[in-house]
Structures are given as C-alpha cells and as structure tokens.
Design a protein around this ligand. Structure first.
Ligand SMILES: [Zn+2]
Length: 368
C-alpha cells in the first residue's frame, strides 16, 4: 500500500510517499516547500528521534521546492538522515551543454565564468552547497545525472523494499536548456531565499460562474521555463499501485516519456492511483496531450494559490470535462480551489473535492 501525503507548503510542493508493507515502511520526501512553510515540515517529524528517509528528492532549483529542504538539512536539532538525495546540479547538466555549444563553445562558456568545475556550478551560494555537503548524492545513478535519455528504456530504480521509481523528466534537451541559464536561475533562487517572506495575496480574475466547456477548450500554451523543464518527475510503483509525481515538469516531456513507457509495457493508457499535477495546476503544464495518456481518478494540487493564482481554472476544466468520478485533492482551501466546491458544477461534471482539516493538517491519500 502507498500513502501519499501532501503537506501545507505555501505555493510549493512538499510530499511524503510511504510504502507500507509487513509492518515496515519505506519513506521518501519529495521537495520541502518554501522556507516559510518549513515549520509544517518540521512539526511533522518533531516527535521522531532522528527522522530517516530512504530518499530525499529535490526536483529542481526553485524556492518553492528547494527552500524547505535546505532548512531541513540545516536543522541540526531535528537531525534528519537519509540514504540518498536526488538532485541535478550544474555538474549533472554540464555534459549536455556540448550538444548545444560544441566543445569550443563549452570552453568559451567556461572562460566567461559561466561554468566551472565545482560541484554545483557558477553562482553557487551557501544555500545550494548544503545539498552537496551531506555526501550521499544521486547514488542510485552512480552520482551521475538523473535523466530520461532519448534512447533505451526509461531509468527505473528499485529501492530496498520494492518501491520502484521511473524517471519521466528531465530529458537531455531540458537539462541542456537549464545548464545554459543555470547561473541566472540559481542567483534568482538565492535572492528569493534571502528575502523576507512577503505575505502575498490571492485575487481571482474569474468571479462568478465557471464555463467549464469554454475553459477546457481554450488553446494551450506550454510552459517553457528552463528551471521547470529540469524538474525530476517520477512514476512511483509498488505492485499494481502507482502514483505520478510530476514536479513542475514540462507537459510535452511528460507526454513523450509516458508514451515511451506505454510502448515499453504494451499499454494504451497508464493506470495510476493518483497524479500530483505538474506546476501546481498551471494551465501551461496540465495539458490534454499527457492527461489523455493516464487513467486516473485522483488529482492532487499543491499550492496556497498566493503565487500565480494556481491552480488555473483551465487546468481543472481540462481534467473534469472529459472524465467522470474525478476527485480533486487540494492541500489548501485557497480561493482558486474553493470555487470548485460548487455543488452545481460537481453534479454536472461528476467530480468531488477534498480539502485538509482547518488546523494546517496534511492531505493524506491511501493508494491500494
Ligand atoms: Zn513550483
């Protein structure tokens, strides 16, 4: 049985996936939310003596995913331990630069100070170094990049205890794009980390009724932000139970790799117990091309809606318009989420909504 827990993580992601079997459990932490949401993550483990994770995944270099992990690793009073940390630093992206620049171009890139041989690359600050310092890093990949190469079968790592993780993102092309802007992206992430937390506000431009049909058929414009493209997206499976953890991955990458997986397995659609929607339910990531490849009733949305007003109504409309018996699991009762509580919409489109309790609890979903 799989237990997927979505912690309150501000505008970001903080997921705990547990595999419960024979009275034992394996535990993975995927992202840590924002620095401001760290107290929720800390409180979740404060009663454990030296909390242990079989694996910690930092999907990509964005404050709403990485911030809480940095706090966790620095928190000596909690004393977290782990067997492996998955995270692609500049070191892991650099090999893919040669395709874009040629070897002479890579030399120029390096001369200009945009690449160097330290572990994390240019603009490495104290914050990111925390990830590397702890030692165990991408061990399951022989310390190399976590990437779905364009040929061969998709990488699949089986952890002790039987939980298997298949890598659906990033690809060589998306790592290359991120490598080219690494210094800039890391600098801006670290500037954000250094800033005091602004309370943020949520406004909705869509007041009144929602026209699901019109929203679902709006043209799609796909996410092309390099940091999101470098996201580690995983299919987690144990026996027949599975969940898709899509980080902030690009939709065209998900469509391509899910299609490859279907070919590998001789399936038309991928049956999964839950999908954690990519990029907090952004309309630029939740697109029909990959949605149509999965068979799923439980869709998870992690955000408090304060940044970019996620989830977008178009994204939710694309999910519910062509499916029945969908359950939308929100980890925050934000305005963008609450508008889907409308009884008339739920009756018409045959979906329900699930929210956590009002005391800042996690949202928990059992799979299997
Ligand atoms: Zn994000």
């Amino acid at each position: 049985m799989l237990k997927l827990e979505m912690l309150p993580a501000g505008c970001g992601d903080c997921l705990i996936l547990e595999h419960l079997h024979d009275g034992r459990s394996q535990r993975i932490l995927i992202d840590g939310g924002t620095p401001a949401s760290y107290p929720a993550l800390r409180a979740r483990f404060s009663r454990e003596i030296r909390p242990h994770f079989d694996l910690i995944v930092v999907t990509h270099v964005d404050v709403d995913h990485m911030g809480g992990i940095l706090e966790l690793l620095r928190d000596t009073t909690l004393g977290v331990t782990y067997d492996d940390l998955w995270f692609n630093g500049f070191l892991h992206m650099k090999p893919f630069l040669a395709d874009a620049l040629g070897s002479a171009g890579v030399a120029t890139f390096a001369r200009e100070g945009r690449a160097n041989d330290d572990l994390l690359g240019p603009a490495q600050g104290a914050a990111l170094a925390v990830l590397a310092k702890a030692g165990r890093w991408n061990e399951a990949f022989h310390r190399g990049p976590i990437v779905a190469l364009d040929v061969g079968v998709l990488p699949r790592i089986e952890l002790q205890g039987g939980l298997a993780l298949t890598v659906l993102s990033p690809t060589p092309a998306t790592l290359q794009k991120m490598a080219l802007v690494w210094a800039r992206e890391v600098r801006s992430a670290e500037e954000e980390l250094a800033q005091p937390v602004s309370p943020g506000g949520e406004q909705l431009d869509l007041l009144g009724g929602l026209d699901v049909k019109a929203l679902a058929s709006e043209p799609e414009h796909r996410d092309d932000a390099p940091a999101n493209g470098s996201s580690i997206a995983l299919l987690a499976e144990v026996g027949p139970h599975a969940c898709l953890l899509a980080a902030d991955a690009w939709p065209n990458v998900l469509a391509t790799t899910i299609q490859r997986l279907l070919r590998e397995r001789g399936l038309r659609r991928l049956p999964v117990g839950a999908v954690k929607l990519p990029h907090h339910g952004s309309k630029r990531n939740v697109t029909r091309d990959w949605l149509n490849l999965v068979e799923c009733s439980n869709f998870l949305i992690s955000t408090d809606g304060k940044r970019f007003r996620h989830p977008d109504a178009q994204a939710i409309a694309r999910i519910i318009y062509e499916r029945r018996d969908v359950r939308l699991h929100f980890n925050s009762a934000s305005l963008s989420a609450l508008r889907w509580q409308s009884e008339s919409l739920q009756v018409r489109y045959g979906f329900t909504t699930v929210f956590p309790g009002s005391g800042g609890e996690s949202l928990v979903l059992m799979i299997g």
